[in-house]
Design a protein around this ligand. Structure first.
Ligand SMILES: [Mn+2]
Length: 308
């Protein structure tokens, strides 16, 4: 099942539960559910995940749904991806949403492709090659294998956090040419390719939670806020909505010292000297499309395997 979600005109949530041991396409596993304990081979774990998603477009782009796009798939152990259309294309009369949406739609088509072979970097290569729209996008793809291995490919400044026991144990790092100019897959030859992706692997454990988002999330919400928000919700749909709303509120708060404004000052950007003299500094959230996808559960479901 692949769900290309590329035309969000309003905020919404989507969630599903995967329980692979119960799939009817595998008679061995289904049959095993009714076996007597004496028939059992060693128990093998598999992952079960709930996914919640929430997208809030930039306030000035609500009517067109913003320029972020994402998809969720239950292929293998589950796949989630986010693409963020680079808004600079608007000055050339190009709708920045077209590229990110087509990229995600193509990725959702190729997700089970034999050549992709559950490799997120190859998925990016194929999806990018198939995309004919003009534009560019930052993009992140995370593919979960059924044994709990999470494979990530990231181009640009979308991001992913893995939370374990109330702490972030893994975070992607943004890739950029310079401040506010991230790596991006592009229709133009000057852009980056799948070869530029940051690729990494995380071995997940039972109870781990994953938060993936566009830069609109991570520019407006600190990691400690992500951790504390996730701790308050057991429902990932609610968690995704809460995180996106928090990011949205911060993005519109001119007095909030956001991760974005903090980073800007660190890079030497600030208010004019006369304002500095008055004790003022560059602060505030950053208005942007905000996409937040949360995975939780990572329940290592034990099924009874008769395959030996
Ligand atoms: Mn963005």
């Amino acid at each position: 099942m692949a769900i290309p979600i590329a035309r969000a005109s309003i905020s919404y949530s989507h969630g599903f539960l995967q329980s692979f041991p119960l799939t009817s396409s595998n008679p061995k596993r289904s049959r095993s559910l009714s076996c007597a304990p004496s028939d059992l081979n060693p128990v093998r774990p598999e992952v079960s995940f709930c996914v919640g998603t929430h997208l809030i477009p930039h306030p000035k782009k609500v009517d067109r749904g913003g320029e972020d796009a994402f998809f969720v798939s239950s292929c293998n152990g589950g796949v989630i991806a986010v693409a963020d259309g680079v808004s600079g294309w608007a000055v050339q009369n190009v709708d920045p949403a077209l590229f990110s949406r087509e990229l995600m739609a193509n990725a959702s088509c190729f997700v089970g492709d034999e050549e992709v072979n559950y490799d997120p970097q190859i998925l990016l290569r194929k999806a990018h090659a198939a995309t004919s729209s003009i534009g560019s996008a930052t993009v992140i793809v995370a593919m979960l294998e059924r044994n709990g291995t999470l494979k990530i490919a990231n181009v640009g400044d979308c991001g992913l956090r893995v939370i374990r026991l109330g702490q972030i144990i893994f975070a992607t790092s943004p890739q950029e040419h310079y401040f506010d100019c991230p790596y991006q897959l592009s229709s133009e030859v000057v852009g980056q390719t799948y070869l530029d992706a940051m690729v990494c692997t995380v071995e997940l454990m039972e109870g781990d939670t994953i938060v993936m988002g566009s830069d609109g999330l991570f520019d407006n919400v600190f990691d400690h806020e992500i951790v504390s928000t996730m701790a308050r919700y057991s429902d990932v749909c609610e968690a995704a909505k809460a995180l996106a709303n928090l990011a949205s509120n911060h993005s519109m708060d001119s007095k909030f010292d956001s991760p974005y404004s903090l980073e800007a000052r660190t890079r030497g950007f600030d208010v004019p000297p006369w304002k500095k003299f008055l004790g003022m500094k560059l602060i505030g959230g950053k208005l942007d499309d905000i996409t937040c996808n949360c995975w939780s559960g990572c329940e290592l479901m034990k099924y009874l395997d008769l395959s030996g």
